[in-house]
Design a binder for this molecule. Structure first.
Ligand code: FES
Length: 157
């Protein structure tokens, strides 16, 4: 067993599994996804079935299986957002970027994810892009919001 893997900083106890996931994700090539090799390594380290470790990881939206783009768009599709129009927002983003759920644009700029409640149900529908929450979003505004995200990045770099 490789001793220098990021998850071996923690004692091989089940209660440390989320810390191990975070460490593995942070150490990944793109710092944003848990690779199959990491999941297998953690499973071996904890002496647990890979399926069980994979099941725990898939429960948490924080841990992605595939590399993500530079910006992660999270559309809430829980009840308040769904009845307030999240599906229309999803289609607007899909039409603008040409990607669907769990896909990343060819230029690596955006990844689109569908998530559960973002904790701001009274401002539905909500979309989170990176660490910014966009509230009361309308499908017709999404192209401008996405352009703003790219422009902000260009102004920073
Ligand atoms: S239902 Fe969307 S933020 Fe709660």
């Amino acid at each position: 067993m490789a001793e220098n893997q990021p998850w071996t900083r923690f004692a091989p106890e089940r209660r440390n599994i989320l810390r191990m996931f975070h460490a593995a994700q942070e150490a990944s090539v793109d710092s944003s996804s848990l690779s199959p090799d990491a999941l297998i390594g953690i499973a071996k380290y904890l002496n647990l079935p890979v399926a069980e470790v994979n099941g725990v990881a898939s429960f948490y939206q924080t841990f992605a299986r595939l590399p993500r783009g530079r910006h992660v768009i999270r559309i809430c599709d829980s009840l308040s957002c769904r009845i307030s129009g999240s599906l229309g927002v999803y289609h607007a983003i899909r039409n603008t970027l040409g990607i669907g759920r769990d896909e990343t644009t060819a230029d690596g700029e955006f990844t689109l994810e569908i998530v559960n409640c973002l904790g701001s149900c009274d401002t539905a529908p909500n979309v989170m892009i990176d660490d910014t929450l966009f509230t009361h979003v309308k499908p017709e505004d999404m192209a401008e919001v996405l352009a703003g995200v790219v422009a902000r990045k260009e102004n920073v770099s």
